[in-house]
Design a protein around this ligand. Structure first.
Ligand SMILES: *[C@@H]1O[C@H](CO)[C@@H](O)[C@H](O)[C@H]1NC(C)=O
Ligand SMILES: *[C@@H]1O[C@H](CO)[C@@H](O)[C@H](O)[C@H]1NC(C)=O
Ligand SMILES: *[C@@H]1O[C@H](CO)[C@@H](O)[C@H](O)[C@H]1NC(C)=O
Ligand SMILES: *[C@@H]1O[C@H](CO)[C@@H](O)[C@H](O)[C@H]1NC(C)=O
Ligand SMILES: [Ca+2]
Ligand SMILES: [Ca+2]
Ligand SMILES: [Ca+2]
Length: 581
């Protein structure tokens, strides 16, 4: 019998199941039935089954001669280093469609770039580079024994390392240009160095990647100063011929002790703040969570496995397997955005955020602390990962067909300026009811970012926590407790807490702010201001896209569990999107 019988199975035992697919099997079947040692013969029909999370071999089969390519699980995850297959940036699909970052320049604002590195030299954009740490055009890293200044070089390789050259690995956007902006390597940061860096050549540089910010010590509250704020505003309004510079920011490495909404760079509306997942989909231990994070990419694993890190270029022509932190996550996002910009150079800074919201995937991301939830228009988000992990394939496909989102408006929905006491054991609950400037020129009907500008003090700032719930019922955690923050004087002074979680929602109705203390000691404090600022569009930014998004997200999830919830969410979102247009 030329059938694939498991020959070691004693035929006299139990029923034998055979895969008999063709009519010609009849003869074999009769033959088997005649054998008295065979008790039962069953025909088994063949049908398709796919491994969840696996893509077909054809799709992931990409030839690269670069020795570290197979270690770059964040590009194509086949389960290397005990990772979860399929949990990656899905760059293979974008590359397959022909997008590799050609014509796009990404600046790495960091401690310099080893631009002589053989894997970076061919993609280095010298004209767009500058050294603000020592005021010269050569952002070469300063030598130290311990290679302390390797950060920028590692980030640069993730974005723009050349492909198929037998050196190190491959950048996410391996045909893009990378510029070095050296600005982290001096004893103190100044407003003017930051401002000069993020406004350097805004008509040449498309994307700025920043993997730095205020100290992640769990007690700092700080953000961009005057000149830097102005430079950012100018960047999004005037950069890239008016389409806006794209600022990509690492969420921060302060772990569960910090909250990235206390970092004014990461929580800015003008930056795309990126968190990280590790290669099995869990959070990294250094990840901070906050409601302003938009999406995630990947960084090093918790396991000791040396290959669970981020493989990229290193100083002095070397390669490394060990790049780490949310530092490693931001440049991956910059690379994905470069692919999207190549697919559609017309994308504005806001289009890029909309695309991130719509095409990022829950995939197999797992946050042990915060549930995945759906907002009022059914978009799935997580307090730590944002809208999920960036998906380069989905993003370039949607980017190609994308129509620029309608004009953005700003509405001050309300402002409470009375002093309200906050005490341990109870919580302060305030509401603002708003028509979102309906009937005025600046009516906001479809939300993008929401800011709650809050002035609050307390006998222990780190015990304060603040939540805000939208009229459509989405709760954003604006501030979590920070156990190391024992400030008792400053509090938050007109601090703009930001949430991306109410994206697409109708802001009209009642917003609820809840402020309380959590911690062992009794505390007291006072809230002195809550101003609610709504940002978004008057007309529906997209209808087709949101429906497609459901379909793709549904395909990735456990269907049975989600079906009911999803039906409702789709109905809700369609109603809200269609009714007013
Ligand atoms: C890095 O490269 C230099 C020069 O190419 C080489 O001498 C050195 O051994 C390398 N270091 C490591 C850690 O691989
Ligand atoms: C970009 O905009 C220009 C001018 O409005 C238009 O002609 C072109 O088709 C657009 N390109 C894409 C990819 O949408
Ligand atoms: C907070 O502000 C209130 C009102 O200005 C003031 O009375 C109180 O002493 C302040 N509390 C702390 C802890 O600074
Ligand atoms: C805010 O939400 C978190 C998470 O659901 C909860 O633990 C906390 O008690 C809430 N705080 C307030 C002041 O409502
Ligand atoms: Ca220099
Ligand atoms: Ca290479
Ligand atoms: Ca931080």
């Amino acid at each position: 019998l030329s059938l694939s019988l498991p020959l070691s199975t004693p035929l006299s035992h139990s029923p034998i199941f055979l895969s008999i697919l063709s009519k010609r099997s009849l003869r074999h079947r009769q033959h088997l039935e005649k054998d008295r040692r065979v008790k039962n013969v069953l025909d088994q029909e063949g049908f398709g089954r796919q491994k969840r999370g696996y893509r077909s071999i054809d799709e992931i089969y990409i030839k690269m001669t670069d020795p570290l390519f197979s270690k770059q699980w964040y590009l194509i995850n086949t389960g290397q280093a005990d990772g979860t297959p399929g949990l990656d940036l899905n760059v293979a699909e974008a590359w397959g469609l022909g997008y590799t970052g050609r014509g796009i320049t990404i600046a790495i604002m960091d401690d310099g770039i080893d631009y002589l590195h053989p894997d970076l030299a061919s993609n280095y954009n010298a004209e767009a580079s500058f050294d603000f740490s020592s005021n010269d055009p050569y952002p070469y890293p300063r030598y130290t024994n311990d290679w302390f200044n390797s950060h920028g070089t590692r980030c640069a390789g993730e974005v723009s390392a050349a492909a198929n050259n037998n050196i190190c690995g491959v950048g996410v956007a391996y045909n893009s240009k990378v510029a070095g902006i050296r600005m982290l390597d001096q004893p103190f940061m100044t407003d003017i160095i930051e401002a000069s860096s993020i406004s350097h050549m805004p008509q040449v540089i498309d994307i700025y990647s920043a993997s730095w910010g205020p100290t992640d010590d769990g007690k700092t509250v700080d953000g961009p100063r005057e000149l830097t704020l102005q430079a950012m505003a100018d960047g999004v309004n005037k950069g890239r011929g008016g389409k806006g510079s794209i600022y990509v920011w690492a969420s921060g490495d302060g772990g569960s002790y910090d909250d990235c909404n206390c970092d004014g760079y990461a929580s800015s509306m003008w930056t795309i703040s990126i968190n990280s997942a590790i290669n099995d989909g869990r959070t990294a231990l250094y990840d901070e969570s906050c409601s302003s994070t938009l999406a995630s990419t990947f960084s090093n694993g918790r396991k000791r496995n040396p290959e669970a890190g981020v493989a990229t270029t290193d100083l002095y022509g070397n390669c490394t397997l060990r790049h780490s932190g949310t530092s490693a996550a931001a440049p991956e996002a910059a690379g994905v955005f470069a692919l999207a910009l190549e697919a559609n150079p017309n994308l504005t800074w806001r289009d890029m955020q909309h695309l991130s919201v719509l095409t990022s995937k829950r995939n197999q991301l797992h946050d042990e602390v915060h549930q995945w939830r759906r907002n009022g228009v059914g978009l799935e988000f997580n307090h730590l990962f944002g809208y999920g992990v960036l998906d380069a394939g989905s993003m370039v496909k949607m980017a190609k067909e994308w129509k620029t989102v309608p004009e953005r408006f700003h509405c001050v929905a309300g402002s409470l300026q009375d002093v309200h006491k906050i005490q341990s054991g109870g919580k302060l609950i305030l509401t603002i009811s708003t028509d979102s400037c309906h009937g005025k020129d600046n009516f906001v009907r479809y939300l993008e970012h929401v800011q709650a500008v809050v002035t609050v003090n307390g006998s222990r700032r780190g015990d304060l926590n603040i939540n805000m719930t939208s009229p459509m019922g989405t709760k954003s955690i604006l501030l979590s407790c920070r156990p190391r923050d024992d400030d008792a004087k400053v509090g938050f002074d007109k601090w703009p807490f930001m949430t991306t979680h109410t994206w697409g929602e109708d802001p009209r109705g009642t917003w609820v702010l809840e402020v309380g203390f959590q911690g062992d000691e009794p505390q007291r404090g006072a809230l002195k201001e809550w101003t609610l600022m709504l940002h978004g569009t008057q007309s529906a930014p997209y209808i087709d896209q949101i429906v497609r998004n459901y379909q793709s997200k549904l395909a990735m999830s456990k269907k049975e569990e989600l079906e009911e919830e999803l039906d409702e969410a789709v109905e809700r979102s369609l109603k809200s999107l269609l009714s007013k247009n």
